[in-house]
Design a protein around this ligand. Structure first.
Ligand SMILES: [Zn+2]
Length: 241
């Protein structure tokens, strides 16, 4: 057997990281500028352009609470950012949903968890239920973005994420084209209850973005059918302004 000696020294971890950075530069998903070592996914400049809700520190009802008045009784509501079309938040949500960016979802979830960590309003939440997507959609997309957000929140708040409580029945691409009232009927047909029993008094439904709230309303109402005394809160990454 012949041993071939080479003059190549083994590449250090730092060299490899530098090489990887050259081939796959770490870019801001909003403005495509290169990120510094201290930034993740979105650069500081673009983060600054996002509009925080500060709902976690509201003592009176927020606009998010008011959205559900007369529709479903909720214990607490929270959204990290306001959603507006044609603004950076739209690109960020799009990346979260369609660009196979699983670490991004967990990172945003952790931001949500850190934001509500010290707020008494959410202290009694015992478990998280992400808004489910249809298994076929989940397979094609590779993940459910709400589940990733829930995992991120769970990392910070040390809560279980329940995946077999509510299931999505079927794809409904036409839903966004209908108005709010038509959509409610449609949404109430969207979910079914899974086999897992909830042994908790207070759960939070986790969503990526809330517009009319009809999906969450339908999901919460379905949960109340089986668990009439269950306290339900809503945690969303963004809410339409
Ligand atoms: Zn940027």
């Amino acid at each position: 057997m012949y041993l071939i000696k080479t003059n190549f020294s083994p590449l250090s971890k730092r060299h490899l990281e530098g090489l990887q950075h050259l081939i796959f530069p770490n870019l801001c998903l909003q403005c495509s500028h290169e990120l510094s070592r201290f930034e993740q996914h979105v650069c500081a400049f673009c983060w600054d352009k996002l509009q925080r809700t500060y709902f976690e520190s509201y003592e009176s009802e927020s606009g998010m609470d008011q959205l559900f008045w007369g529709r479903i009784e909720l214990s607490g509501t929270f959204a990290l950012y306001f959603f507006e079309k044609e603004k950076p938040i739209q690109d960020i949500l799009h990346a979260l949903k369609y660009q196979f960016k699983a670490p991004l979802g967990r990172h945003f979830g952790e931001l949500m968890g850190k934001t509500i960590f010290n707020s008494d309003k959410y202290k009694s939440i015992e478990a998280l239920i992400p808004v489910p997507i249809h298994p076929q959609k989940r397979f094609l997309r590779g993940y459910n973005q709400s589940e990733l957000l829930a995992e991120g929140i769970a990392n910070i708040l040390d809560l279980p994420v329940l995946l077999d409580v509510v299931h999505k029945k079927a794809n409904n691409a036409s839903q966004t084209r209908k108005n709010r009232f038509l959509r409610w009927d449609n949404a109430s047909e969207q979910f079914s209850l899974g086999k897992t029993h909830i042994p908790f008094r207070h759960i939070a439904i986790v969503d990526d973005v809330i517009t009319t709230g009809s999906t969450l309303e339908a999901m919460a109402k379905l949960l109340r059918l089986r668990y009439p005394d269950l306290q339900i809160s809503l945690l969303s990454f963004a809410i339409a302004k």
